[in-house]
Every structure is written in structure tokens, then in C-alpha cells.
Write a protein that binds this ligand. Sequence first.
Ligand code: AMP
Length: 282
Amino acid sequence: MKVSQTIDSVREKVKDARKQGKTIGLVPTMGALHEGHISLVEAARKKCDFVVVSIFVNPTQFGPAEDFDKYPRPIEDDLKKCEQAGVDLVFNPSPNEMYPEKVITWVNVEKITENLCGSSRPGHFRGVTTVCSKLFNIVTPDMAFFGQKDAQQSIVIKRMVADLNMPLEIVVCPIIREENGLAMSSRNKYLSEQEKEDASYIYKSLQKCMEMIDSGSRETETLINEMRTILKAKKSIKVEYISIVDEKTLENIDKIQGKSLAAIAVRIGSTRLIDNFPIDIT
Ligand code: AMP
């Protein structure tokens, strides 16, 4: 496995791989890798010949009061995990390599970045779409792999790629969970054992919502109230949003029909956690 810290070095290695006729798969991450990230690497290995993982804690997607400074950066451990997973190249640039100057050129997707996480994290998706555009330009992947865990992010990236005719395919992979149902996340490292236990109620509430939909419930207000009641059982959980939205517009809907998304964001202490499940009753 090769490790590059510079853009020039990545371009050179990707060029070599292309010369050998290899297809390129990119897995963008912020590191502190867990089984969720590794599942994306495995999907990339199945579909592409040369797998690049980027590890970059992207400053432009964090708000001023967010956890950019304390975000975990266990790079040695991450490199070992990438090596074990069969990654070909890790791109681990410094902030200065990615942003040598103050950013004045942004890629911004409108409307679908306003609801859900967009409303509590202003500027977050503009940072995500800008860094992903840069990574796509640097690595020139045939396919890039994202997790359903960050459902809004995947939808936004897909829309950006379509709107700007970027020549790659976006593949979205399922959520990998802890045994208690908690969606794996680098931010789970911030949680105490008790908080992890409490956090399992996020998935419990989503499961209840799924069950109710299976038994014919369609009113989103009823479903959201039920999820809120389940989360209320844990005093440590502060709900940021519980929403059921149209899968394409990400706007709140009153009644479930076709493809939609149930999504939750909570805080436990100062840790922000998100989870979701796609609903398809077509
Ligand atoms: P992050 O390092 O948190 O920016 O995540 C990098 C990629 O891994 C994103 O596409 C995430 O959606 C994906 N990811 C994070 N957690 C999980 C998970 N539990 N299951 C599947 N994919 C995940």
C-alpha cells in the first residue's frame, strides 16, 4: 500500500494505475476508521481495480463551534486498517495541501442542503461538496463510495455529480451498526459506555417507525411522535430533529408515499449523532 501526502504524488500514482488499464475507486473519509468505512473499501475493491482512500479532516465542513480540533486523528491505526483491507493508495493531505489559500471558490448545492443537518450546520454541506469536488478532480475516480449513514450527504453528492456532469458514479453502501444497533461513527469514540447504551435508542426508535410503516401507518406526525416518545425515555438524549422527508427534495412530508427517508439527529452530551432509514412503499 502506498501513502501520499501531496496532490502531485496522488496524480502520479493514479496515472500509473490507469496506464495498467485499472479502474479507480475512491473512498473519501475523515479517518478514525471503523467497520463502516471498511465496508466501503470492500465495496470499492469488488467494483474497482485500484482503491484510493482519502483521510482528511476537512476544516471547511466544520462550524466554528464544532469539533474540528478534537476530531480523532489516529493515523497510524488508520493506515494499518487500510493495509489490512487491501487499499492500494491512501491520500492523507495536510490542510495546507488542500487549501493553500483562503477558499473563495465553493461548490454549493442549494435547496436539498437546507433541511435536516443543513439547518443546524450552516455551511456544512458547502464544505462537503467543495472538498469532494476537489478530491474527485485530484483522484479522478470512476466510482466513489459513500455510506447511507450520512444519507443527506449521499443525496447531495449524487445531485452535484449529476448537475455538474462529473464523470463518475456514486455508490451508496448500507449502514454498519454496533451490536446494540447504534450506527458506527468516528464520533462514537466520544461516548461513555452508558451513553453508547442510551444511543442505541436512536435505532430502536427508527425500528419502531419501520414496524409501524409495515403495519400500514402513513401519517408522518404519528410516526414522528412515536419516535420522540421512545427517545424521551433516555434523559441524556437531546433531539435535534426527527424528520420524514421526500427522498428527492428532502422536504418534510405529511404522508408517506413512494420513496422517502426517516432521519434523526440527536445530541448526547456534546456528541452529535445521526441515523436514518430509507422508506420505499412504491
Ligand atoms: P466520515 O469519515 O465520517 O466522513 O465518513 C466517511 C464515509 O464513511 C461516509 O461516506 C460515511 O457515510 C461512511 N460511513 C460512516 N459511518 C458509516 C457506517 N456506520 N456504515 C456505513 N458507512 C459509514
